[in-house]
Design a protein around this ligand. Sequence first.
Ligand SMILES: Nc1nc2c(ncn2[C@@H]2O[C@H](COP(=O)(O)OP(=O)(O)OP(=O)(O)O)[C@@H](O)[C@H]2O)c(=O)[nH]1
Ligand SMILES: [Mg+2]
Length: 172
Amino acid sequence: MCLLLGATGVGKTLLMKHYSQLSVRDGTTDLGEPPVTLPTVGTNLTDLTLKRKRVTVRELGGCMSPIWPSYYTDCSSVIFMVDSANTTQISSSCIQLLSVLSAEPLHTASVLVIFNKRDLPCTMSLVEMMSLFRMDDIIASATQPITTVELSARSGQGLQEVLGWLDSTLTD
Ligand SMILES: Nc1nc2c(ncn2[C@@H]2O[C@H](COP(=O)(O)OP(=O)(O)OP(=O)(O)O)[C@@H](O)[C@H]2O)c(=O)[nH]1
Ligand SMILES: [Mg+2]
């Protein structure tokens, strides 16, 4: 089980809903308007078929963050998504990420931090986002292996990296 976390509106549901279309596209197909999503109240389960195996991803809605910890047991990996077009959310996302990383049941989980919405023109560069997040310090002090990627859940740019990471972190 992989947990998909992040503040409300960062794009978790779009990625999961759109995944099957994104993963078959050859990079040139125009997918048109993405499917409409609603804020997730509760959790969404999605089964992904990867190269080597299948994995279930559990999205926890951003508005559910007070009860995220009740889902931390029995998961081997965590994806934490950030909206890189929303600069006003950076400090709260950073605090949320730190609290996820310090949760005891997740001490050995593999962690992927996704900087999403790279298709929007106003997004900061990954270097700027990483520096505002103090990602180097976070990675240095965390007990978990942390990987960072850029993604557009709308266009699928960066999706292969996310899927490759998931495939490589699955142990059983
Ligand atoms: N341009 C652009 N819009 C995106 C992208 N990812 C998500 N969105 C849009 O952002 C809005 C929120 O996306 P959701 O997937 O519902 O967000 P969420 O993270 O599931 O939010 P909660 O369920 O409330 O926690 C939707 O209108 C999406 O279409 C992206 O990569 N690029
Ligand atoms: Mg959602």
